[in-house]
Design a protein around this ligand. Structure first.
Ligand code: ADP
Ligand code: NA
Length: 344
């Protein structure tokens, strides 16, 4: 097996929550740590994707810088990984246009992600209520832009949450369609594989029937990477759990307790069943206090580093510039060949 190219992106839409961290960002840091020296890693803050829902320009500007500070604070290393703003490399939208022209509408119609995003943005109760006349073309073709993000660097592996799996399948289809347009000894684009995060979905602290999400109205439903020890304590104490004595891992009938066990196990790096055994005869008060402590301990270092980096404007700007330069140098090669194959 040859060396890997690993690409992943995150939208600059606010400080990441515990779900984003355990489901995506922690995985990125671990991949960086365990990567073979020949592997290439790229992590992008994808501003064009953020525009698929309405954004306040001032807030977006601050959020993209905050996200860069977060990525560095959690341990992504700009010497090892290419860290950049998507919109600093014009090749992303260029390749997305090429892909838009070979992607059937019907294929995009079957995606479920735009339906749920549209439902959230329209405050609809569920996806069956969404009125497609409010759907903008950008939100509809978002997965095509994502395919361009990935294939621009001839990515072989994409760490994503399970909700994104359907996008990677589309990306493979697009790569395959493009590859077929010309007969070559070797396919032009690799068919990238998903690397699904080992942590199960983190659930809302207030409603364990839904996932922890930055768009839920109740701010106590999520823990942010920048929350103080006190804020974390209050949120975990307020987490919805059932009343039976003792703690057991039973995601079906006790989703609230199971979610806290998942979180605790992810924080300490232990197996969730082992953690459950340790708490089987403990009270909810002690259990929640320990969960809060574990989260706080995990976020303490990144939070302090984030606070420091936030003030380092010139440093952040130079990191972004270097990242974009490296990204563009790679995608330049891809785009030259794409254009020449298309006769442009
Ligand atoms: P949100 O749903 O809060 O808007 P995003 O959709 O921006 O978050 O997700 C960014 C990344 O975090 C994605 O890779 C997604 O799979 C992951 N992610 C988001 N929420 C969770 C969660 N509750 N548990 C695990 N991973 C999550
Ligand atoms: Na989301």
């Amino acid at each position: 097996p040859g060396s890997k190219v690993i690409f992943s992106g995150i939208q600059p839409t606010g400080i990441p929550h515990l779900g984003n961290y355990l489901g995506a960002l922690l995985n990125w840091v671990n991949l960086q740590r365990n990567a073979h020296p020949d592997d290439r890693l790229l992590f992008s803050i994808v501003g064009w994707h953020a525009l698929t829902l309405p954004q306040d320009p001032k807030l977006l500007k601050a959020a993209r810088r905050e996200m860069l500070a977060v990525l560095l604070a959690i341990g992504l290393d700009p010497e090892r990984s290419i860290i950049f703003y998507q919109e600093d490399n014009p090749h992303h939208t260029e390749l997305a246009w090429v892909f838009n022209c070979i992607t059937p509408m019907g294929r995009l119609q079957r995606m479920t992600t735009w339906k749920s995003r549209l439902a959230i943005s329209r405050n609809a109760r569920d996806e069956s209520e969404v009125d497609e006349s409010h759907l903008n073309a950008g939100l509809f073709t978002y997965p095509v832009l994502q395919a361009a993000d990935i294939l621009l660097y001839k990515t072989t592996h994409v760490p994503v949450g399970e909700d994104q799996q359907q996008h990677i399948e589309l990306c493979r289809d697009i790569a395959d369609t493009f590859n077929r347009t010309s007969k070559l000894a070797r396919p032009f684009f690799p068919l990238p594989e998903c690397m699904i995060s080992p942590t199960p979905r983190v659930l809302s602290l207030r409603d364990p029937s839904s996932k922890m999400s930055k768009s839920a109205p109740d701010e106590k439903s999520r823990i942010l990477l920048t929350d103080t020890a006190e804020q974390i304590k209050v949120k975990v104490r307020g987490a919805v759990t059932d009343t039976p004595i003792g703690i057991t891992y039973d995601p079906q009938s006790r989703p609230g307790a199971a979610n806290l066990l998942t979180i605790l196990a992810a924080c300490t790096g232990e197996d969730v069943m082992k953690v459950a055994t340790r708490y089987h005869d403990k009270g909810h008060g002690q259990f929640k206090a320990d969960v809060a402590d574990a989260v706080e301990e995990m976020f303490r270092g990144p939070r302090a580093e984030f606070e420091r980096l936030k003030g380092e404007g010139a440093y952040l700007t130079s990191i972004a510039a270097t990242g974009a330069e490296k990204a563009r140098a790679l995608s330049e090669t891809t785009m030259k060949e794409v254009r020449s194959r298309l006769g442009l």
